[in-house]
Every structure is written in structure tokens, then in C-alpha cells.
Design a protein around this ligand. Structure first.
Ligand SMILES: Nc1ncnc2c1ncn2[C@@H]1O[C@H](COP(=O)(O)OP(=O)(O)OP(=O)(O)O)[C@@H](O)[C@H]1O
Ligand SMILES: [Mg+2]
Length: 241
């Protein structure tokens, strides 16, 4: 039996038929503002609040205070308290970028993994993480090495990635192949704001629902609407396809 880790995000675990495969790495891709960071924050927060699983949040994009503000602004009120008591471990931009190569940052992380047991990890974002490396070959090698280390330490990981939806004519990044799961967040402008969608394109070892589902971001975080009628009610123009 494949073991699963729940995200605790409304609607998402259902689409995933129970959750993310344990000890796997899933890429969460989308354009700026699509909700990648929020999804990551909720995943780590729900792990602690709902499932008693400790989490690590690696942010190459924000510092710890900004992250806490982002979490609190969507209603994850106990974020700061969990960081304080160590059930959520944050490595922020300042800390990660202080080390001038990835090996030193990795040493930091490995030290903590030896002393404490964590179950969940978010890397926000892979795009920034890749700037540590000079060329694509090195990026690929390190990504593989890093995902192996995470899996050996029994971590179930989400990595965010700046990447639009994959249509046949666009190039599919190698990171999509090197990870076990792919989730895409899409947003399309409308007259009154934006329509948001979520698409689970791949989850190795797992039967998943590969339709594109509408989602919302509001107080409390992300809600994915499994209910297909909500989708069909949207006009053609609003559809991402
Ligand atoms: N309380 C809220 N209610 C409704 N929408 C919100 C709320 N908080 C944030 N948002 C929406 O979420 C979006 C930001 O999501 P998030 O920061 O997760 O995006 P991202 O994909 O990480 O973007 P980037 O690539 O720039 O890091 C904002 O653009 C905003 O529209
Ligand atoms: Mg972000």
C-alpha cells in the first residue's frame, strides 16, 4: 500500500485520492500570484495543526517575518507560535543566501534533520534555488541529489516553481520529469478579477483526478472545488483551455 500525506487543503486531498505519496517530491508550478506560496504555507501549517507532523519551510524568496505576515493574513494565526516552539522550522532568504554555495546551506539543513524528525518540507522556490548553480547540468545533478536526501530523511516535499501551464507548444522543464508529482496553479483574468484553477498533472504511483478544477483563495486559504458543475458553469472565455 502506498502511504499518503494529507495536505489538509479543502478539496485537494479528494482530487489526489487521499493525499500526496509519502516521501515523494511534488512540483507546484504557476505564474506570479497564482498561489504557490500560500499552498506551501497551508501544507506545512495543516501538517502541524491537523496531523501532528512537523514541517520545514525553506524560502529563497521571503524573510521569516514576511512569511509569518503572509501566513497570518490568510488566517493561519498560529504560524508564529509554531515557529517559536519548533514544530515549524523556517529557513528564510537571509539565512539561505548568507551561505554562498548550496553545499553550506545543505549542511545547515542536514544538521537539523539529524537532530529532529520532520515529516514535511516546502522549498519556495525551485526557480530561486537554481540560481545557486552555474549551468543546467549542475542544477539537474543537485536537484536529484537533493530530492534523494529529502526522501532518505522521510520528508514529503512540495517545491514551488515559476512556470506557466504546460501546453504542447511550450517547453516542459526538466524539473517536471525529475519530480514525482506535478501540480499546476493557473489564473486567468476576468472583468471582475481572476478565475483560478488547479490541475494535478502527475502523481507517480497514484491514480488521480486529472481534470482542471476551479479554486479560490480567500480568508482561510485555498479551496479547490471538486464539483465539476462549478467549472462547466464558467463561460468558454473564462476557461483556461
Ligand atoms: N486573504 C486573501 N484573500 C484573497 N486572496 C488572497 C488573500 N491573500 C492572498 N491572496 C491572493 O493570493 C495571491 C498571492 O499568492 P502567492 O503569494 O501564494 O502567489 P505565488 O504564486 O507564490 O506568487 P509569486 O510567484 O509571486 O511568489 C495574491 O495575488 C492575492 O491575489
Ligand atoms: Mg510565492
Amino acid at each position: 500500500m502506498v502511504e499518503l500525506t494529507k495536505t489538509g487543503i479543502d478539496g485537494l486531498d479528494e482530487i489526489l485520492n487521499g493525499g500526496i505519496v509519502r516521501n515523494s517530491t511534488t512540483l507546484v508550478s504557476g505564474n506570479p500570484g497564482a498561489g504557490k506560496t500560500i499552498l506551501g504555507l497551508q501544507y506545512i501549517y495543516n501538517g502541524v495543526e491537523l496531523y501532528d507532523e512537523k514541517g520545514i519551510f525553506l524560502s529563497f524568496e521571503e524573510n521569516a517575518d514576511d512569511l509569518q505576515e503572509a501566513a497570518e493574513s490568510i488566517g493561519l494565526e498560529n504560524w508564529g507560535q509554531h515557529v517559536e516552539d519548533g514544530t515549524i522550522k523556517v529557513y528564510d532568504k537571509q539565512e539561505l543566501l548568507r551561505e554562498n554555495d548550496f553545499s553550506s546551506s545543505l549542511e545547515l539543513l542536514l544538521g537539523d534533520l539529524d537532530n529532529e524528525s520532520y515529516e514535511q518540507l516546502v522549498l519556495d522556490s525551485l526557480t530561486m534555488f537554481q540560481l545557486f548553480f552555474d549551468n543546467e547540468r549542475e542544477q539537474r545533478t543537485y536537484l536529484l541529489k537533493f530530492t534523494d536526501i529529502l526522501s532518505e530523511n522521510n520528508l514529503t516535499t512540495l517545491m514551488t516553481n515559476e512556470q506557466g501551464t504546460v501546453f504542447p507548444e511550450t517547453e516542459v522543464g526538466l524539473e517536471n520529469f525529475l519530480t514525482d508529482g506535478n501540480i499546476f496553479l493557473l489564473q486567468t483574468p476576468t472583468e471582475s478579477g481572476v478565475n483560478r484553477y488547479l490541475w494535478v498533472a502527475k502523481m507517480r504511483k497514484k491514480n488521480i483526478d486529472t481534470d482542471i478544477f476551479p479554486m479560490e483563495i480567500r480568508q482561510g486559504g485555498i479551496t479547490v472545488h471538486k464539483n465539476a458543475s462549478a467549472f462547466s458553469m464558467m463561460s468558454e472565455e473564462d476557461s483556461p483551455l
